[in-house]
Structure formats: C-alpha cells, structure tokens
Design a protein around this ligand. Sequence first.
Ligand code: PHE
Length: 351
Amino acid sequence: MKDQLEALRLEIERDVKAAKSLEELEQIEVKYLGRKGQLTSMLKGLANVTAEERPILGALANQIKQTGLDLLASKRESLASSRYDAVAETERVDVTEPGIRPPEGHLHLMTHTIREITSIFEKIGFYRPRYPEIDWDWYAFEALNMPPDHPARDDWETFFMDAPISKKGKMVMTPHTSNGQIHELQRHEFPVRMIDIGKSYRRQIDATHTPMFHQFEGLYVDQGVNLTHLRGILDYFAGQFFGKGRISRIRPHHFRFTEPSFEVDISCGVCGGTGLVNKQKCKVCKRGWLEIGGAGMVHPNVLKACGVDPKKYSGFAFGWGVERVAMMKEGAKIDDIRILYQNDVRFLKQF
Ligand code: PHE
C-alpha cells in the first residue's frame, strides 16, 4: 500500500506539471484528491492493514494530500501570472490615442418647448407659478363656473383619485391647467400675469391624445384688461413661437369659465394663411389656419368665486397644449403624439 501511495504522489506531480489551464488543474484535483478521488478510495484500504502500519500509512496519505494541494496552488499561481504575461506580450495600450466620447444626452423636446414658452412670456412680464396637478374638484371645475352635474364637465374626461371626499369635493388628476387660475386669483395680487405650465390628464389615447399631456395656461387680470390685450398677446406668441409673419385669429366658442369664449387659430406657415399652395389646397392645413386651443375673457363668476370684484377687475385666459404647439411647429414632422413618450432614443436624438 505504501508503494501505491508513493506511485500516486508521482502521478499527481506529473499531471500537475503537465497541466496547461486552470480547468485542467480543477480536474486533477477532483480525480486524485476529491471526495470520490483515488486517494480517498485508497484510504478505505487502511481497514485491512495491521494496527502498527495504520498510523504510518495514514500520516503518509495526509502528507501526499498536502503535497498535492501545495503543488496545485503554486501551479495555479504560475498559470495565472503567465496569462498576464501573454496579454502584455500581445496587447498594447496606446495612451496617446484619443478617447471614446461617452454619448451626450440632451433635454427632451417637451422640456425644450416648456422652456421656450416660459421665456417668450417672461419677456413681456409674465411669471411661472406652480400649481397642483392633483387637485380638488372645486379648483378644477366648480370655481371655474362648472357646477357638479353640469354636462360641460363631460368634455373633460377626468381621472378621479381613490381618496376621501372633502368639502372641496373629489380629488382629480387635473384635466386642464385652469385650476391654476383659481389658485392664482386667490392670492389677490394684481396685476396677475401668469403662465402656468403643468401636466394634465384625460382618459383618451390616440394619434393626437395621450392620457398625460402638458398645458400652458395664461392669465392676465388687472383693472381695464380687455379683448384687445388678448389679441395682442395671441399675435405676439404666434410670431415668437412659430416665426415671423405668423398671426392668430379667434373664432367664437364656448367655455363655462370665459365669456366671451374663443377658439384660437394660428396662420399656417406653409400657405401663409391662404389655404392655397400653387392654386392647390394646402396639404398641411387645408384651410389656411391651424387650431391651437381655447381662450376668452375671465367669467365674472370665476372672479367672484376667488373673492375678486368683477366690477373692478377683468382679464383674459387661455389654455393650450404644449405637445400640440410643438407638433404644429414647422419642420417638427411629428404625426403621432404618442411617440413623444415612447423613449425611443432614435426619435429623441433628433431634437
Ligand atoms: N381649459 C380649457 C381646456 O382645457 C382651455 C381654456 C383655458 C379655455 C382658458 C379658455 C380659457 O380645453
């Protein structure tokens, strides 16, 4: 048995020496020293030797095991370091080579548009407050002259919060930014020249609607504000945002919180408001104008609800979609609003 053990030692030595990879060493370890390895099975034979021989052979076996482990460890080390030597031989780093630029991000088209709208209005003395995007019914509807059960409310396809009902009604995800008018008027600080930009939510989704979108709400209230001021602001915005020569027009409409109320159009940049290109119907607008959104003179009931005297103060308000004006911009070429929020970098990179 002693001879067998010695032979095993030689075999281990020979195999370890010949090994060329860490995987091979692993196999050698299993084969000779593992739980089902050759050394273990030899040790089972100790039961058959004499009592005097047993401790001697046992000690020898242990010694062989230790030698084997030591050999494996040092071979592992030398294999690992020679791997680095090989890399140093075959691969070079040229420290003078220019680095690789990490991809540079930029702001989302909507953030750009929000900033642009803000700065256009800041130039004429408007400021941008922030008002809740989840609010009580009273701010979103009732103070805006839309009593509960009024059918006009159906136009605002509202998400209601699963929250306790308070004195101010249910909690809603604001379906427009007009609740900002109420918060702003309640401050009783005049003149009010607000451009409130925030998220709005409605239960609708298709090529021109997303359940979450942005609106910008303008409100100008002071003594002696009239319709001509609104007309001036509309043309100012048209020229600033869409470009020189673009103008606005208003058409009668109905909102509960403005009187009179209007729908606002911007002249088409392609046909210049004529509806014709080379005597053919303009493909972009078909009629010379593009609809931008609602506006009107603040309804006296809205002022009253906010504790403002309608005999002393008057003003106008408008509310338009940020996504919509961005898509209306010439050259934007976005025909489906949903793509704005799909986070496809290939799309976002273009702006
Ligand atoms: N809140 C209206 C809407 O979402 C727009 C609007 C705002 C109309 C202000 C008039 C005045 O459709």
